[in-house]
Each structure stands twice: as structure tokens, then as C-alpha cells.
Write a protein that binds this ligand. Structure first.
Ligand code: TRP
Length: 357
């Protein structure tokens, strides 16, 4: 068993990161990398579920998202950032795991159903679309990860993953039928039954004040935005009341006034926050502009060291080297699992070593 717990998580590459990503996942990863063996997957094959006709975009997005993750503080000497398409064990395990899952079980996944509906795919989705959920079980199990930090929407995928782990361990490793999840490895199973680690941060509202922050909705503050752009975007946030004056009592409920979600999340000093909320609520000579200025300054203070770090990764070749090195580490881990799987499941005959140049 690995000495340190292994953590695996990943994202579909969609281009530049924004402060919603920071709040929702990257911040947590930066904390986790200090104490655990972390593997961060760039799910570029997964991106082909909806963008198979845009290979150049997906390719460029892989570099871009890596650059931003590095700028935000993911440390390549601690965590491995790696490409799904260059980690062949993931695809090989997908094939095998697809045999362990009833087709109807895969199609019952509520996150999958939601996506098909939201994307308006009705009966027009590729065979690979539902297959990506099986692929995600392989992404996780290939690392024999114990914990998977994800958002709430990914929990159904984790449930599927846990089912595959249990079934494999019982079918091929002699783990008894009623074995508790925590004992699978001890009882000879190849896979620990992994748990979803759902953070409490979740979703940051976009600058439109309505939808979750998202690049495609144009309501995001990107890491690549200049300090001036940040000020401008924050300046435009609707605060829940039309033409509020500095002496009008204001709404500080972050559900109703998105500016206060930003204040709560990005301004660090507790005393300042308490004071601002109190004065705003009473209408004690505090305009929206003053709060917006404070929030914009706080976001720029968060982004400044990231902007600075990002200048060290402007060269694509530097980012590619980091991906190559991370991918090599990912392959070391997943090839080992694959060998164990093949031995257990009867598909193993030879051994092999992969080499990346
Ligand atoms: N489904 C995830 C997303 O769209 C990306 C992903 C692929 C993933 N494989 C994973 C997340 C494994 C966690 C673990 O964001």
C-alpha cells in the first residue's frame, strides 16, 4: 500500500481558469498537495464527448489550463499534472470496466442524464458520451486513489466508481461478498473503495449576479484579467437594489446581493467584513462603490502573486516539460495498477515499460 494517501482529481480542459475555479477546487488542491500524493488529471479525451470537431482548441486548452493551475500555485514538484490521452492504462481499464457494468446502470446516472438534457443532445449523443462515466471510474481506480476531491455534481460518478471497485475485487480477487468497503484492500482486493471528498465551498456566483461563474457565460473574472478589468467587472455587479444611496439601508444577504458573496469569500480581514456588513445594512454612509473597491482590491491582491508566477510559464515548452514529467509519474502509478488488474483478470501475459520523449 502506498505510504501516503493518493488523491486523484481532474477537469475537462476548457481554457483559462477563473476565480470560480480557485474558490471551487484549485485552492483545495494547493492545500492538499502538501500532505498527499496528488495526481491532477487533464481529461482531454473526455473533452471529445462534446468537441470532437475541435481538436486544435482542445489541444491548446490543455496547455492553457495547466499554465493557469501552475500560476494558481499547483506545485509540480509536489503534484503530478498529467494528460489523460497520454496515460494509456486509463483507456485500457475503461474497456475492461465497461464489461463489469450493466448498460442500464451506466445510463441511470443522474449527472449523465442532466448533461444530455442541458446540452440538448436527446438521441443524438455519441456512444462515447455515456462511456466517459466509465472512463472516469478508470481515471480514479487506475491510481488506487482513496479520496477524490470533487464538486457535488460528480458524486454519481464516484458511486459508479465504487461499484466497479467492489465488483472487480469480488469477481477477481476473492474479496467476500459482504466485505465492508474499508476492508477491500486488506482482503486482497486490487482497489480501495474510494470516497468522494466534497468540499464546502462549491459555487461562486458570476458577475452577472445570476448564474454560476462560467467562462462560456461571460460572467467570469479570469486569472488573465488585468487589475483594471477586475475593477470594471466588479463595478458592474448588480447589488440587488436599484439606485441605492450611501444612507439607504442595504441588503447584505449573499444570496440576494452577490457583492456580499464576494466580500465574504475574498476579503480576508474578519473585522473589516463585520464592519462593512454592519454599516451597509444600516445605511451608515457607505456607497456600493466603497464595497466594490474593497472587493476588487482583495481579488487583485489574490491574483497578483498568481500573475507574477504566470510569467514564469509563458513559454509553452516549459509547460509541456511539466506535463511530460507529470504524465511519466502518472504512468508509473497506473502501469503498476494495470499489471495487478491484468494478473487478477486473466488478461496479462507479458510486461512492458512505457517511455515518453
Ligand atoms: N468529470 C469531470 C469534469 O467534467 C472531469 C473528470 C474526469 C474527473 N475524470 C475524473 C474528475 C476523475 C475527478 C476524477 O469536471
Amino acid at each position: 500500500m502506498p505510504e501516503r494517501q493518493r488523491i486523484l482529481t481532474g477537469d475537462t480542459p476548457t481554457g483559462n481558469l477563473h476565480i470560480g475555479h480557485w474558490v471551487g477546487s484549485v485552492k483545495r488542491r494547493v492545500e492538499l498537495q502538501a500532505k498527499h500524493d496528488c495526481f491532477f488529471l487533464i481529461a482531454n479525451l473526455h473533452a471529445y464527448t462534446t468537441r470532437a470537431d475541435r481538436p486544435a482548441d482542445i489541444h491548446a486548452d490543455c496547455i492553457e489550463v495547466t499554465r493557469d493551475a501552475l500560476a494558481m500555485g499547483v506545485d509540480p514538484s509536489k503534484a503530478a499534472i498529467f494528460l489523460q490521452s497520454e496515460t494509456p492504462a486509463l483507456s485500457e481499464l475503461t474497456y475492461l470496466f465497461a464489461m463489469l457494468l450493466p448498460f442500464n446502470r451506466v445510463m441511470r446516472n443522474p449527472t449523465l442524464k442532466d448533461e444530455l438534457q442541458i446540452k440538448g443532445l436527446a438521441d443524438n449523443y455519441s456512444f462515447g458520451f455515456p462511456l466517459y462515466t466509465v472512463g472516469q471510474t478508470a481515471d480514479i481506480l487506475a491510481f488506487r486513489a482513496h479520496s477524490v476531491p470533487v464538486g457535488e455534481d460528480q458524486v454519481p460518478h464516484l458511486e459508479l466508481t465504487r461499484e466497479v471497485a467492489r465488483r472487480f475485487n469480488k469477481m477477481y480477487c476473492g474479496v467476500p461478498d459482504k466485505a465492508p468497503d474499508e476492508e477491500h484492500e486488506q482482503l486482497g482486493g486490487v482497489f480501495p473503495v474510494p470516497v468522494a471528498d466534497v468540499g464546502d465551498v462549491g459555487r461562486l456566483i458570476g458577475t452577472d449576479g445570476v448564474n454560476k461563474m462560467s467562462k462560456s457565460l461571460g460572467n467570469a473574472i479570469h486569472l488573465t484579467d488585468t487589475p483594471k478589468q477586475v475593477k470594471k467587472k466588479i463595478g458592474k455587479i448588480y447589488t440587488g437594489q436599484d439606485s441605492r444611496q450611501p444612507n439607504d439601508p442595504g441588503i447584505v444577504d449573499p444570496e440576494k446581493n452577490p457583492l456580499f458573496q464576494y466580500l465574504n469569500v475574498f476579503v480576508e480581514c474578519e473585522a473589516t467584513k463585520v464592519d462593512i456588513r454592519d454599516r451597509y445594512e444600516r445605511g451608515d454612509n457607505i456607497g456600493d462603490g466603497e464595497v466594490k473597491m474593497l472587493v476588487a482590491d482583495a481579488i487583485n491582491a489574490l491574483l497578483d502573486p498568481m500573475r507574477e508566477r504566470r510569467t514564469g510559464y509563458e513559454d509553452d515548452a516549459v509547460v509541456l516539460d511539466i506535463l511530460r514529467e507529470g504524465t511519466a509519474r502518472a504512468n508509473l502509478a497506473t502501469e503498476q495498477t494495470l499489471q495487478m488488474v491484468k494478473d487478477a483478470a486473466g488478461t496479462g501475459f507479458f510486461s512492458r515499460t512505457l517511455h515518453f520523449t
